[in-house]
Design a protein around this ligand. Sequence first.
Ligand code: PAF
Length: 281
Amino acid sequence: MVVFKTTSDLAFYLKNKKAEGIKIGFVPTMGALHSGHISLVNRAKADGLFSICSIFLNPTQFNDKKDFEKYPVTTNEDIALLLEADCDVLFLPQVSEIYPDGTENTKTYDFGYLDTILEGANRPGHFKGVGQVVGRLLEIVQPDTLYLGQKDYQQCMVISKLKQVMGLDELNIAICATMREADGLAMSSRNRRLTEPNRTLAAIIYQCLVSIQAKRDVASFAVVKKECFDLMNRKGFETEYVALADASTMDLLDEYEPGRQMVALIAAKLGEIRLIDNILL
Ligand code: PAF
């Protein structure tokens, strides 16, 4: 695996590689890698692409300063995992490489409606920061396929919009299944910050999602939503939302709609840790 810390070195290397005809599969991350991230690298390789992973803890997408400061940084372990996965390139830039003109002077994008609901509403400025960094990374890496985890469903929709706004018609976006722990908890870098009792409780989020999915033809979503809220709050979660949306437009739905591809989404805090997850139905 070749490691690059500067944009210019990476760009020079990729220019030569592209001249050889390689196709690039790109996995952007903020580090603290787990099997979910590695599954994206594996998928890029299985698709026959030259795999590039970036690790960049992007300061502009954290609306909560404490969350940024406490975000796990495990670079040596991350490198070991990427080596084991036989990742081809790791891009490990500093803030000044991604934002040479300063964060304030780096292009941002407008995601309209998508930025007004759920994660957008609960984390003001978050998607602005995601768009800013992913926009920069796409300019630098110019991948053929971008690999994203379904766990951050709304982020996947935002990045699909970014592709459209940036006019990247040739870019494929592969949204890959969420990797889960044995009890169903979605893998996330933040899980390692859960206390032991909260780690056990955290699986309730997935249980609620499965119950929302299972009851789609037999119950009212309003009733199931209330059951989930009540259960989670009783167990000590601070539940932000339990929502149902159209899977492609993210239009929020009050009720199940037969024949419509939907997604159920939950965000909740357990102690200091904010968790999100979703399921398609
Ligand atoms: O999902 C993440 O880890 C981040 O939001 C991303 C896409 C790497 C941008 O910083």
